[in-house]
Design a protein around this ligand. Structure first.
Ligand SMILES: [Mg+2]
Length: 418
């Protein structure tokens, strides 16, 4: 395995992305403690702050905190409804600025990305960071800032990036390693969470030094798979090729506003989310073999799945939803339940070119007809740039943006907002 002798990777993370985009776009929010919430302010007391500005953070508010709690800590917090369309626009504009200066290798999430350095950038990383920051400030706006980390590989660059937030630049040169790591808690390593920390402690590894002193084979044994060994090599500054990650599933979830927390309304929402997930799946040329429905209740959850033989048309997928929903009614209707969040996932994917015809569900004519119809509807919706056709009525929940919701790890594309 190769061990680089210079820095090779840049990792960039925008600071408090959602709140700073809102502050950039809406001047009256600047300098104020801002909390971004998923619904309009009328039902705010029942919901959660999903992101907050640095001013709110300084007052003790955290991302993902119930609104009453945030208000107790910071009575003058300004609550604003999320604007996924704005976040997506900012994401695109920022990427554009950065790629004018250096090619982007991987977009890791809506607010994180990494690049491989060129020879001249390796010679002047501070200069590159200065240029990137000034382009963003001048061409997008000074209220959106980023932190940058440089190191021999992506994992170390990502860790370096967190060292000097907000608006920092941290360079971990191979010759200086592993000193900057030594005082960090183990949970600062991406991939080590609370559970792994406990497992390591049980094996006598309580600090970074202990982790670094392991043999690669021991790390592998502790993790129970090759992840531990890869992590060990990455922490020691080796250049690792990223594991190919195949597409696992397509899904959407949505927290329901208070007046939508019943089986009928939750069904409307599930149907809408599923149509969007299926469309994304078709766009990437996959077929699904299983549908999952997740209902988070005030207490507990209801999760069920149903096999669908290698399908991608709305008719087949929505029929599976109806069958699952009947089960949900049987199980839940007589109880006084509140459905807080609904989620749908299409899993067990098959690429379109490797589709196995199911022995018991031969591709009959009816099925082929629905597939053609679905393809035509997709084509028309794409042509008009909005949803002009759907199978049955679509009832979006208040607040809009179903399926266009921003997740840190998924950047919605324009059509997710239709
Ligand atoms: Mg960030």
């Amino acid at each position: 395995m190769r061990k680089p002798e210079t820095i090779e990777t840049l990792y960039l993370d925008f600071d408090g992305f959602f709140a700073s985009v809102m502050q950039q776009a809406m001047p009256h929010l600047r300098g104020k403690p801002v909390g971004v919430i998923p619904f309009d302010t009328a039902s705010a007391q029942y919901t959660t702050v999903i992101a907050c500005s640095k001013e709110a953070k300084a007052r003790g508010v955290q991302n993902v905190m119930r609104v009453p709690e945030a208000r107790a800590i910071c009575p003058d917090i300004v609550l604003v409804m999320q604007r996924p369309d704005l976040f997506r626009w900012a994401h695109g504009a920022l990427l554009n600025e950065i790629s004018c200066e250096i090619p982007i290798e991987t977009v890791k999430s809506i607010d994180e990305l990494c690049c491989t350095l060129t020879k001249s950038d390796i010679g002047d990383p501070q200069g590159l960071a200065r240029r990137l920051k000034s382009f963003i400030a001048e061409n997008i706006g000074p209220h959106i800032t980023c932190s940058i980390g440089y190191a021999a590989n992506r994992l170390l660059a990502k860790m370096a990036c967190k060292m000097d937030k907000p608006n920092g630049v941290t360079i971990w040169r191979p010759e200086d390693m592993p000193r900057p790591l030594q005082d960090l808690p183990l949970t600062e390593v991406p991939g080590i969470g609370g559970r792994m920390e406990k497992r390591l402690a049980a094996a006598g590894v309580n600090q970074m030094e202990g982790l670094l002193d392991l043999q690669p084979k021991q790390a592998r044994a502790l993790w129970g798979n090759v992840t531990g060994e890869r992590l060990w090599y990455a922490l020691h500054g080796y250049a690792l090729k990223a594991e190919p990650t195949g597409r696992g599933m397509y899904g959407h979830g949505r927290v329901l506003p208070p007046e939508w927390r019943n089986l009928d309304k939750a069904y409307d929402c599930a149907r809408l989310l599923l149509i969007k997930a299926a469309r994304r799946m078709r766009r990437d040329r996959f077929y699904t073999n299983r549908l999952w429905v997740w209902l988070d209740l005030r207490k507990g959850a209801w999760v069920q799945c149903r096999d669908i033989p290698s399908a991608h048309d709305d008719k087949a997928i929505l029929s599976a939803l109806d069958i699952l929903w009947e089960k949900a009614r049987d199980d839940l209707a007589r109880h006084k339940i509140e459905i807080v969040r609904v989620g749908v996932t299409l899993s067990d994917l098959t690429p379109a070119n490797a589709r196995k015809r199911d022995l018991f569900h031969a591709d009959d004519e009816d099925r082929q007809k629905w597939e053609r119809l679905t393809a035509d509807m997709d084509g028309l919706n794409r042509k008009f740039g909005k949803r002009v056709l759907s199978l049955g009525p679509l009832t979006p929940p208040p607040g809009g943006y179903a399926g266009g919701k921003i997740a840190y790890t998924r950047i919605p594309s324009a059509e997710d907002f239709w």
